[in-house]
Each structure stands twice: as C-alpha cells, then as structure tokens.
Design a protein around this ligand. Sequence first.
Ligand code: AMP
Length: 217
Amino acid sequence: MKVVLLGAPGSGKGTQAELLCRGTGVAHISTGDLFRDAIHRHTPLGKEAQAYVLAGELVPDRVVIGLVRETLRTLEGQKDFVLEGFPRTLGQAQALSGLLAELGFSLDRAIYLELADSEVVARLGRRRVCSNCGAIASLPPGTSRGRLSCELCGNRMVARKDDRPAAVRRRLQVYHQTVQAVLDYYRESGLLSRVSGAGSPEEVAERVRGALLVATG
Ligand code: AMP
C-alpha cells in the first residue's frame, strides 16, 4: 500500500493515517509532524520552517520536497507508506511522482477526505495534541475548553499554536487556493478516490478501506 491522504487541515488525515498504519508495519509519514518535530528540536530545518508553520503558510516547495525525498529514501526496499499532508501543491505532486519513480515505487491511491469548512473550523477548535508523544484527541463536540490527558502517556494535551483562529483562517485560505490543482493531477492519473470525512474516525476508516479495496481489486 502506497497511499497519499489529501484534505483540509482538520479533515482527519492524521487520524486516518494512524488507523491505516497501526499494527501493520506500514510507515506513516506526516510532513506536518516532521516539521513540528524539527521545530521542537531547533534543527536547521525547524528554524527554516517555524515562521511559516506558525502563520499557517506553506513551507516553500524546495524545503518540503527535500524533506520528503530524504524520508522516502530511508524506507527500505518495498516498504509501504501512507503519506499525509503532502503533496499540497501541484509542484509537490509532480515532484512526488518523480521521487517515487527514482525509488522504483508507484502510488496506489490518492484519497481525498472531503469535509465542509464549518466542520473543519469546529474540529480544529476542539483538537488537542499530547505535549509529550504527539497523540491527537478531541474535546467533546460543542465544547472548546476543558482539560484532557493523553490516553497513551498521561501527559497534558494542548491546542496546537496553528489551530488558533487567525492561523486556521489562513490555512483554509491557502488550502482552497492550492487543492484543486492537486486533485486534478490525481484525477487525470486515475488515482483519485473521494471519501466523505464526516462522522466518527471509525466510520471514515471504513470508507477509506473500501476505497483502497476497490482500487487494489
Ligand atoms: P499539518 O499538520 O499537515 O496541518 O501541517 C502543519 C503545517 O506544516 C502547515 O500549515 C504548513 O506550514 C507546514 N506543512 C506541512 N506539510 C506541508 C507541505 N506539504 N507543504 C508546505 N507546508 C507544509
């Protein structure tokens, strides 16, 4: 399985990638997570990406394509992956095809999680991440405050800085400016499946698995 998950910020890409990969040995690659980790560790990549990530802007293609190239190279042999948060621009999608060809891989499917903006904004307002292990959780629907502890490691869960309203508005704007070209690219390659991102993570996961089964026969 070599899959990319596309969709708005907050559409559930990270959660679905986690559900697809859990216990399977399939690599979960999230460019957002790679940037957050680099920022946390103050690496040169983190220093370069930080201002973009906090403002809800895209990190330049040159930087993110280099990062994905390095990450894919570390996959051994035929290793499968779910790539999430990348590609976000047509240039990234074209570069990914080139990178995969260099490695002798080809993409099985691009799955697009569709979700209305109003639901995206509501979900991002409730999203919390573990300050220690990065696990994702949500406050109950209808709430925007409250304490959560991580179910995996017990640490405090916090809101991401770029889930604040101004950054969310900008991220959605950028997303709408760039997504169509990426969808057209994969539709024209015959690789695109559109899946509703509405409902519980398990309900969405069923649809995603269904789309992958149809794709791989
Ligand atoms: P995410 O966790 O996928 O929402 O990504 C968080 C932030 O990381 C984005 O708002 C961008 O600043 C940056 N980022 C992640 N993936 C990409 C990408 N493929 N291209 C450019 N910037 C990215």
